[in-house]
Write a protein that binds this ligand. Sequence first.
Ligand SMILES: Nc1nc2c(c(=O)[nH]1)N[C@H]1C(S)=C(S)[C@@H](COP(=O)(O)OP(=O)(O)OC[C@H]3O[C@@H](n4cnc5c(=O)[nH]c(N)nc54)[C@H](O)[C@@H]3O)O[C@H]1N2
Ligand SMILES: Nc1nc2c(c(=O)[nH]1)N[C@H]1C(S)=C(S)[C@@H](COP(=O)(O)OP(=O)(O)OC[C@H]3O[C@@H](n4cnc5c(=O)[nH]c(N)nc54)[C@H](O)[C@@H]3O)O[C@H]1N2
Ligand code: SF4
Ligand SMILES: [Mo]
Length: 714
Amino acid sequence: MKPIGPVLEAGRSTSPLVMDTQCPFCSVQCKMRITGEFDGKRMNYTVEGQPNAASEGRLCVKGMNAYQHALSSERILHPMRRLPDGTFERITWKEAYQEIARRFYEIQRGFGSDAVGVYGGGSLTNESAYLLGKFARVALRTKYIDYNGRFCMSAAASAGNKALGMDRGLTNPLSDIPLAKCIILAGTNIAECQPTLMPYFTRAKEQGAFIIAIDPRETATTQMADLHLQVKPGMDAALANGLLKVILDEGLTDPAFVEGRTRGFTELAAHLEAMDLGVIAGMTGVPAELIRRAASAYGRASTGMVFTARGVEQQTDGYMAVRNFLNLVLVTGKIGRPGCGYGAVTGQGNGQGGREHGQKADQLPGYRLIENAADRAYVAGVWGIDPSELPGKGVSAYEMMEKVHDREIRALFLMGSNPIVSNPNAVFVEEGLKKLDFLVVADMLMSETAKMADILLPASAYLENEGTLTNLEGRVLLREAAREVPGEVQHDWQILCGVASVLGRGRYFGFRSAEEIFDELRHASRGGAADYYGITYDRLRREGGVYWPCPSPDEANSGRLFEETFAHGDGLAELLPVDSRFPVETACSEYPLYLTTGRVLSHYLTGVQTRRSPSLAAREIETFAELHPRTARRFKIGEGALIVLETRRGTMTARTRLHTGIREDTVFVPMHWGDGQNVNRLTHPALDPVCRMPGFKVCAVRVEPLVTARADDL
Ligand SMILES: Nc1nc2c(c(=O)[nH]1)N[C@H]1C(S)=C(S)[C@@H](COP(=O)(O)OP(=O)(O)OC[C@H]3O[C@@H](n4cnc5c(=O)[nH]c(N)nc54)[C@H](O)[C@@H]3O)O[C@H]1N2
Ligand SMILES: Nc1nc2c(c(=O)[nH]1)N[C@H]1C(S)=C(S)[C@@H](COP(=O)(O)OP(=O)(O)OC[C@H]3O[C@@H](n4cnc5c(=O)[nH]c(N)nc54)[C@H](O)[C@@H]3O)O[C@H]1N2
Ligand code: SF4
Ligand SMILES: [Mo]
């Protein structure tokens, strides 16, 4: 193990410090080497990408600077207790554990087991995510557990499960992308959010691919496209209906595939028959001619791929919108062969693995279901408990926040998320968290939510924490620890074992290493949809990465799913008619514009990590509101002016960036800042009825200059 990090020991290290690791940020999981050298005054770092199948050795600017927050002097280094004046005092681990045990015990004795909730995240390793699910069900015996991935992957995951019988980010390996002759990028900004994947698309273009981007605004991704459909926020399901209608009308379906591999076509065809392309064009803001061009390009191409990300998915009809893009893939038979497939572009580093092993309210490891008797019996067997001891299913992340507000949940154990910035309707969420009797937060940095913790536990960062992560292709990767933990920091899994022990459930949590947990996970996932049984640390070291499903240690799959059959019992994929709906909140005279939200290249999620990196923070020091120059004029707003954005939920201020590439009826604000710059103070809390995803990507907003006097000068 390498010695502890340079910043913390600056001045003492003389030989170069070499750390081989994986970027902690997005779902590509680029491998990298960080070398620190002491020049007599300070440490200087160089960061190089390392060869691996997904990123092919590339790194983006976030990866290049990811050492900065992990080595920052702002790391939390010991357990702390919050005092009544809001400051924190240092305590020992023993004191922290004892207080947690005492308060959880009192609250559960007074109000029942479910009065304590658990909330996790997609940055956790598979081992920690698995253990967090077990911790909730076995140590705390609460049904209330969910995680931030609900805001990220739930629409695509539920659509993949229902349509294809399985949800694994991409149905084919990244190396298939250059073989596609037409690519649809729907609500995905790969150039800023998974930048190291861009060369796959440029290669496809060089080989003649036609690229279609669907996004209300111009981005670095849409600039690469041959055709940009500038859809109105929230109208993707309707737009996909338009694409499908043209494909059916022009006879561009694959009848043999539809007949042999799918069910439900007759109903879908009847549903589309009744639709009018002109009406769809009106609803979506995309001219009928462009819808025709896009459908025809995709329908006529010999191979093709469709990618969706949060633009399509973070909608109150996100599940249905993804189903409709899957309809498109299926009726044209573009799946299960080289250059063909569907990809939900996973977001967080372990967004994929984090949703397979039991952090979700209704799930058990291996993508098993907590409401299914056979699944319960199997996992209870692995855990050595009686199935009747397992709680039932809980509620989704935002609904947990509602229960916090209602005081049904009175204590929360939070690991790897910053919910007061990332939940919709953040003002309400913050009010709720203030009502908690007891909040425990495990984090490595002081997030907006961590500031509210009664007990704060110092967790290790990616540089220190060994474990597996599953990238967007479904490829499981081993991230080795690259240095020892600083201060009194512990790994997430050690914290969970520690708390379980003081709760009197230590016998189920006697793990001494991440690998031991992975071995139990292998057994718990065995036979489930996400079967990791055949994957071992040894194998991951030897092979570099292994795709799931992997039922046997001697087996490897090519990464391409559904070549012969889909994962449903009858082997068929399911088509489903999808309605063209308007969003829950539409623009009106009082709130005349649409607000949509998303990301910029140099920051990550709620910014807790990237705002602490001087190099990344310097690129974007504050939030902004992107709007069209004509819209700005309409509201008497100038470039770089401070404006107030207001919705029915709350207000925020931001500086404007005028850009002709955005729709005139839309404002875009990134999500990476907290407090008064938190865009989730504005977002709508309505949830998708199937997957419980909030509609982060559309609500009605009004904008006005912060200082009216200046605007009058315009
Ligand atoms: N730089 C950076 N990279 C990241 C992250 C980050 O925070 N920063 N986060 C990671 C995570 S967790 C995730 S989930 C992914 C997210 O990756 P993406 O989903 O690609 O990112 P977003 O910016 O949220 O949204 C993508 C695009 O959707 C567009 N959009 C908005 N509304 C709509 C709509 O109604 N319809 C359509 N079709 N498009 C719409 C936005 O303009 C935006 O360009 O990125 C991962 N990578
Ligand atoms: N308006 C709007 N809101 C959104 C979105 C949007 O597009 N628009 N996107 C949504 C999406 S896709 C996502 S994924 C969520 C993300 O929402 P969050 O989960 O709240 O975002 P993060 O900033 O990643 O917060 C992670 C916290 O965990 C800490 N952390 C990181 N790694 C570890 C670890 O290994 N262990 C522990 N214990 N802590 C760790 C970090 O320091 C940070 O404080 O936000 C959602 N919210
Ligand atoms: S942020 Fe994503 S693309 Fe960039 S280096 Fe990290 S893992 Fe790679
Ligand atoms: Mo995400």
